[in-house]
Design a protein around this ligand. Sequence first.
Ligand code: C2E
Ligand code: MG
Ligand code: MG
Length: 741
Amino acid sequence: MQASENSNDDFLFIDDSDEDEILDGDGKEAWQVLIVDDDPEIHSVTQLALSDLVVLGRRLEYLHAYSGQDACTLIEQHHNIVLVLLDVVMETDDAGLNVVKHIREKLQRQDIRIVLRTGQPGYAPEESVIKEYDINDYKTKTELTRRKLVTTVYAAIRSYQQIATVTENRQGLEKIVSGSANLLELHSITEYCQGVLQQLTTLIDQNIECLFCARGQGIIDNADDLSFYIIAQQGFSTILTKQKLDKLKSEQISQQVKSCFTQKMHQSQDLSQCFYLARGGYRAVVYLALPEPLTEIQQQLLEVFLTNAAVGYENVHLFQKLSNAAYKDWLTNLPNRLEFVRLLDLFAKSDGDNDVAALIDLNHFSDVNDGLGQDVGNMLLVAVAQRLQKIGCDCKVARVGADVFGVIGTADCLTPETLIQLFEQPFAAGEQKLPINACFGFCTKEHASGSGVQVLNQINIALNLAKKQRIEHFTYYNPEMEDETLWRLNMIRELRTDFAANRLELWYQPQLALDTAKVIGAEALLRWRTADGNFISPAVFIPLAEYSGLIIEIGDWVVNQACQQINDLSQQNFTDITISVNVSIPQFRRGNFVETVLNAIQSHQVQPSKLELEITENILMDDPQVVIDALVELKNIGISIALDDFGTGFSSLSYLQKLPLDRLKVDRAFITDIAKEGQSVIAETIIDLGKKMNLKVIAEGIEEIEQQKRLIELGCDEVQGFYYAKPMPQDEFLNFLKSNS
Ligand code: C2E
Ligand code: MG
Ligand code: MG
């Protein structure tokens, strides 16, 4: 159809406007209106009729299409079209309706307003179409006088504006909702504040400078309690996060933030705004500098968002408090075991191959607690915590147990030497200066495998081994240690069952006097024959029995067996034979050791002097006075005391002097090469020392006659060794005695 064919051609020239709808709209973006008509004249007439029209302060700008096809293309290309004045009948009878469908269905543009125009009333679309496709108006061209056209366009654009506002609001709210949901996932205060600023920028959709400011206490380490700090920032060229607000060197911003904080209300100044956030005693100020003023909607959305953000700000503080309670040690304020496990988890998963984790166990901490009181104990722990934090290199320090600390750091920094050095000086605890030693277990990144708990376990294995070492008090974990641990646990279990099943035996190794060559006694030595008939060396199973505490029961059994043997021997008229029994440290620690020995002597009716107890120097390491007291008591009963393996331990001679000894046993290590030129110095010294202390001296491990010769020259009293006899079962020992007498 052609508009010019219309019977009422000049309808648009009728100027029926009598009021001032035409306003001044300079300076604002224009509304884009698309005129679609196959009659070029309609384009110019429409444009003329609407010239000078200003709607809501903005002028109109026109785009032109002469077919439905063109219209679709133009709408796809121009996103700011707000209104389409659309002819219905063009290249086809329903070309206009196809454009409507294209806009609403294909492009999903529900906001664009559409006014349908047609030359003939017969081409009017169905009412249902008008509803379904949200068409603003349907007019025959004859109806459209200039005034009516203006009103229609005006109403359509207004309606567009309302839709746009609603949409903007909805989108803003969606952003607030999703932004707030994202913020919920942030649990650290600084991350949260940074998140708030990010969401804020998205919400405003402008390049803004913004700051999140608050008093720093509880958020920033070592913050003073009065200054304002920048907790987060966005859009500034210099990064001053976690620093004082004054560092920004902007008097205006500092003033504005402080005044917002003290007056407790939002404040705006030209293009900068301060929002006051307060909730549950947690207060902050968000500062914004904008390139252009906020629209009313933006302002409202911002306030809604920041009210929400204030709730989140309180929550994140409370969360931090909870997590402090759960993850921090109350005494030292260091991360606790739980947190250290988490740190170890990160350590195991990190790429830094150069990292090391360690556990530090204070020696004899319980003595400090028991002896000087818990307060001093606590002060000591705080002092240790402080010193450990001085290791440097960003080492992370935690308190993992009562007197156990954990550290993670780089391999160059966190070394045994560094830690040992830290413990060289005494620690100040109140009035006292306490010298404290510690044991260290290490695990390098290379060997750390699995979860945090597993790594902790691995370092623990190393630490436990370190505690058992006599010289170096540190160990690095390696995976074989775990096999060893497993092996050890199995062995201990087996030993326990076999001991209960009576599979342990006591064998005897004769001891002879060098001058008479007569047997004067025997050392009782444990033998363990397992179910499959193999012997396991006491050098292997005694340490396990000591480690597991099983040595206490086994030791009792040994003493009783030995007493039984003494009794048996005297029944056979061997009344001069002394039986020596080896005693381990845990047996002394138990406290009633003296009593159990006494019981054994009495129940087997044994003369005390026929029983000898062999102790080693190491027995003095732990608690010398307890051991010395027990030995003195035993000695007073008449029991003989021998010092075994003499010369291999580390005890001080002053303690040795206090021991109530009868015999010194020279260790086999000093006997082996004794017959060689110049190799007998130590044996000679020990023998001389024994004589000066008025003790008998017995040499162990004689295997050759030359060794015996040299010992006679040196004046040694007694001997024991394979040269004379190997350890043997009870009945064989009896036969040995019989054939020797
Ligand atoms: P020990 O007390 O120093 O015992 C002497 C060890 O030297 C014994 O080893 C003995 O068989 C061995 N021996 C004796 N003469 C010679 C020799 O001429 N050449 C060589 N090469 N070795 C010789 P055994 O029986 O294997 O015992 C090892 C250690 O186990 C003992 O060393 C002792 O410390 C411990 N032990 C044995 N039985 C007991 C026990 O009933 N209780 C405790 N607590 N420890 C025990
Ligand atoms: Mg011995
Ligand atoms: Mg020995």
